[in-house]
Design a protein around this ligand. Structure first.
Ligand code: ADP
Length: 497
């Protein structure tokens, strides 16, 4: 079904580091164990990576604690910390193509996307947070009575961070950036599917001058390394991005251990609403992008496309034509829009959801099957006539499967769009100002994009309502996750002054 891809791009691809990063050094796991990381184009092993577990998490936490209590990091001037992050951004830019190639190899996303969007965004994020380091400060509060009252903003301490595989570098940036800007030390667990790029760039961060022990990386699996981090008694805060089910586990592990504060960025089933006054061609293109971007592997994917009945048939036809034109293939080829899914597990899960859509009576407009016999490629798939009660309408598919729903009234679509356990994002497509205002105010979601989608600026907060999460990342709000607030109240002998 898919259009053919152009010529191959052959950047130099290097695996880089494969050991754990503890106290500024690359080291084997205490157990000596390793696990394979796989090329999603073929299912072949790229490299074996040190497999951290509880003992390694413990070693990493000890290093991070020492770096926080005794090391220079929290005591450095904010300007010095800022300069390290700026040098890191420069090094990311210098190695842009190598980093992008590694990301594509390990994750399967189009190289052009990694090279032109994601790696530059990581550098941008680091410069954004470098700009915050010397602008984080407390307050003097005018309290009643003869007291001088200061509110200090201090780093929290040792923070644990657990990230997923869909945007390995951006998730790294969203986590590491604010934590470092605020003066914390970190133990980060990458996703087992994509451990390589974080190790690669963290080496550059040390080259930029990061002191040892400030950032430790433990590659490994969720129930072992991840759970050990979330339940560690000497970790002061945990930040997690991943599925809602695992988010619940993280919250529970925190509650059962030391009540470390938890921020969660979880799943979604985001509505994309197309009104009848919208420019249909633009809406089709944007709805296509909102769902299919990154192989459909976005927590904020516009996975419920609601289309007004007056433009519905035209919209479905044009969406089908667009999906048929989507270029699927080797992500190292020019012009490729869609690479393979991340792994066999996700690949099979998506095919099960497609079957469920067919079985529940939705109309399969295009696609519906795997593509080729090698790797984890799936045809761009569209269902129309999707009903709210269907499984494909309610659960996160995390793949290239668009579901199109019909509506005829603004209040109806607000109710239906909000009838979800999730509340991560929403898209609104209209040229009517009142309609846009009504929808942006009524939709229960952490982000509402109007006549655009997936705009991710470092300064824009991102996070979920309802079961899509707790807290916000990026922007000024992200700093709160990594700061303690201390009130200092000093008696005044001479209140006249
Ligand atoms: P996905 O289904 O998309 O892989 P997960 O929520 O399972 O999403 O994974 C996101 C991150 O959470 C990964 O780094 C994974 O290893 C980690 N993880 C999975 N299970 C657990 C767990 N029980 N405790 C801590 N971390 C976990």
């Amino acid at each position: 079904t898919a259009a053919a891809a152009e010529e191959p791009i052959s950047p130099s691809v290097q695996v880089g580091e494969t050991q754990l990063l503890i106290n500024g050094k690359f080291v084997d796991a205490a157990s000596g164990k390793t696990f394979p990381t796989v090329d999603p184009r073929t299912g072949e092993v790229i490299a074996r990576v040190a497999e951290g577990d509880a003992e390694d998490v413990d070693r990493a936490v000890v290093a991070a604690r020492k770096a926080f209590d005794e090391g220079p990091w929290p005591r450095m001037t904010a300007y010095e910390r800022s300069r390290i992050l700026l040098r890191f951004a420069d090094l990311i830019e210098k190695h842009n193509d190598d980093i992008a190639a590694l990301e594509t190899w390990d994750n399967g996303k189009p190289y052009e996307q990694a090279a032109h969007i994601e790696v530059p965004m990581l550098a941008r994020l680091m410069r954004y947070y470098a700009g915050w380091t010397d602008k984080i400060h407390g307050l003097i509060v005018p309290a009643d009575g003869p007291h001088h009252v200061q509110v200090l903003h201090e780093p929290i301490g040792v923070v644990g961070q657990i990230i997923p595989w869909n945007f390995p570098l951006l998730m790294y940036g969203w986590k590491v950036g604010p934590a470092l800007a605020c003066g914390n030390t970190i133990v980060l667990k990458t996703a087992e599917q994509t451990p390589l790029s974080a190790l690669y760039v963290s080496k550059l961060l040390h080259e930029a001058g990061l002191p040892e022990g400030v950032l430790n990386i433990v590659s490994g699996f969720g129930p072992t390394a991840g759970a050990a981090l979330a339940s560690h008694m000497d970790v002061d805060k945990i930040a997690f991005t991943g599925s809602t089910d695992t988010g619940k586990v993280i919250l529970e592990l925190s509650a059962r251990s030391n009540l470390k504060p938890v921020t969660l960025e979880l799943g979604g089933k985001s509505p994309f609403i197309v009104m009848d006054d919208a420019d249909i061609d633009q809406a089709v293109e944007l709805a296509h992008f909102a769902l299919f971007f990154n192989q459909g592997q976005c927590c904020c994917a516009g996975s419920r496309t609601f289309v007004h009945e007056r433009v519905y048939d035209e919209f479905v036809e044009k969406s089908k034509a667009r999906a048929l034109k989507r270029v699927v293939g080797d992500p190292f080829r020019k012009g490729v829009e869609q690479g393979p899914q991340i792994d066999d597990e996700q690949f099979k899960k998506i095919l099960r959801y497609i079957k469920s859509g067919v079985d529940s009576g939705a109309t399969l407009v295009t696609g519906g099957d795997k593509l080729g016999d090698k790797g984890y490629y799936i045809q761009p798939t569209i269902f129309s006539d999707v009903q709210d009660g269907m499984k494909i309408a309610q659960e996160e598919i995390f793949g290239p499967v668009q579901s199109i729903f019909k509506f005829n009234d603004l209040n109806e679509v607000i109710k239906r769009a909000n009838a979800s356990q999730y509340g991560l994002a929403a898209g609104v497509f209209t040229n009517n100002l009142d309609t846009a205002n009504t929808l942006t105010r009524a939709l229960r979601a952490g982000t509402v994009w109007v006549n655009c989608f997936d705009i991710f600026d470092a300064a824009i907060p991102f996070g979920g309502y309802k079961m899509s999460g707790i807290g916000r990342e990026k922007g000024i709000d992200s700093l709160k996750n990594y700061l303690q607030v201390k009130a200092v109240v000093t008696a005044l002998k001479n209140p006249a002054w």
